[in-house]
Structures are given as structure tokens and as C-alpha cells.
Design a protein around this ligand. Structure first.
Ligand code: MG
Length: 235
């Protein structure tokens, strides 16, 4: 029998591709904002976006893990001049953010993610540990998970230990009986490993492990997951 009782998963770039999802959500949100305002807005370059973001975080470090508030502040940065009334501005920002979130949840699962989760959920407790703001309950997979932890819930980002500690608290499963699965060598693999949690690295692009001399167990497509899991951790 497997010693693993709980499997936790990262979301972005582990269950779906995030870059194209965010680019599309961002583009559509900008169009939505301009349509509502009735004017073209100078959004600036990508470098400008990063600068605005970093300045906001410098003023309020909690924005580093509160992605929702960060996004609202960025929307405000671009649109506040169009509103005389602060209340109207706030309503607008909340609506714009809701629109973005809806777009951000238009994801395409990697092949076999859902069927693998379905199978695992019959045998193991499953949890989500994400630094992003995707909500599994807005997708078709929410029912398979026992819990979901975002950065805002634990006021920090992986690889810090708070996501993992919260998972232990909610599941009552020790780290040594937990497996964490994610794409990010540092945030997922090193973060979990440091606490004695077993890991499986989703290495879609088949890149070399260069972090240390101890490459983690890895899989490059979801159809391999169950077999590789069982070879390493038993049934
Ligand atoms: Mg990820």
C-alpha cells in the first residue's frame, strides 16, 4: 500500500497553460474597459506594466500575495481620471475585475488531467496549493478536491511554507504522507521538498533539472502520471 494519503497540486502551468490564458484575458479585459469608458486608453508597454506593478507592491507589500487587489489597483491606475466620483470608480473597478476573473477561468486543461484526477480522487485526499487566483470551484474539477489554498489565504507565496502547513492542518496528513505535484522547480519542488514532502515534477517542456544533483521524479504528460506514481509510491 502507498504511504501517500494526500496529493496536493499546483494549478497554473500544471493543469493548463497560463501564459496564453492571461494574455487573452488581459486583451479582452482591456477591450471591455475601453468599451465601457468610451475611449481608447494608453496602456503602455509591458515594461510600463511591470513598473506600475512594482511601484504598487513597493507601497504595499501585501499586494505580492493579494493578486485581486493588485489587479484592481492597476485598473484604477488606468481609469481613475475618467471618474469624478470615487464610488462610481470603485463600482467600475469591481465590475472590470469580475470580467477579468471570468476570462481568466476560460482555460483548456492539458490532456488527461481530469480523468487522472477523477481516478486519484477515489483513493486519495486531493488539495490545491496555488499562488494564483484561479478557483477550482469555477471549473469542472472542484468536486474532486478536499480543499484549495491560495496565496491570499495564507498571506504568502510558495515556496514559503505556509501553503504546505495549511494543507497539513486541513487534511491532518503528515508531510511524509503527502505528495506535491507542480511545474515550478523552486515554488513547487524545492518548497515542498524542504519540508520532507514527496514531489512529482510536471516537466512539460522536458527541460533538464539544473537546480541540484537530485532530480525529482518527473512526468511530461498527464497520461503517464498514474503509472509513474505507482512505480514510485505503490498502489
Ligand atoms: Mg505553476
Amino acid at each position: 500500500m502507498s504511504k501517500i494519503k494526500l496529493i496536493t497540486f499546483d494549478l497554473d502551468d500544471t493543469f493548463w497553460d497560463i501564459k496564453n490564458t492571461i494574455i487573452r484575458a488581459e486583451k479582452n479585459s482591456r477591450k471591455w474597459v475601453e468599451k465601457k469608458i468610451g475611449e481608447e486608453i494608453d496602456w503602455g508597454t509591458f515594461e510600463d506594466f511591470i513598473k506600475i506593478r512594482n511601484n504598487l507592491i513597493k507601497k504595499d507589500s501585501s499586494l505580492e500575495y493579494d493578486l485581486g487587489l493588485l489587479r484592481k489597483k492597476i485598473i484604477a491606475h488606468h481609469t481613475k481620471k475618467y471618474f469624478k466620483n470615487k464610488n462610481d470608480l470603485n463600482i467600475f473597478i469591481n465590475n472590470a475585475f469580475e470580467y477579468f476573473l471570468k476570462e481568466r477561468h476560460k482555460i483548456t486543461f492539458y490532456d488527461d488531467v481530469q480523468s487522472v484526477l477523477e481516478e486519484l480522487s477515489r483513493k486519495y485526499k486531493l488539495g490545491v496549493l496555488t499562488n494564483g487566483n484561479a478557483d477550482i470551484n469555477k471549473l469542472k474539477i472542484g468536486h474532486m478536491f478536499d480543499f484549495s489554498i491560495s496565496s491570499i489565504d495564507v498571506k504568502s507565496n510558495k515556496p514559503e511554507k505556509n501553503h504546505f502547513l495549511k494543507a497539513q492542518e486541513l487534511s491532518k496528513v503528515d508531510f511524509e504522507n503527502t505528495l506535491h505535484v507542480g511545474d515550478h522547480p523552486i515554488n513547487d519542488i524545492l518548497g515542498a521538498r524542504k519540508l520532507g514532502i514527496e514531489v512529482m515534477w510536471f516537466n512539460l517542456k522536458k527541460i533538464d533539472w539544473v537546480i541540484d544533483a537530485n532530480p525529482p521524479i518527473q512526468f511530461t504528460k498527464w497520461s503517464e502520471f498514474i503509472e509513474i506514481f505507482e512505480i514510485n509510491h505503490g498502489y
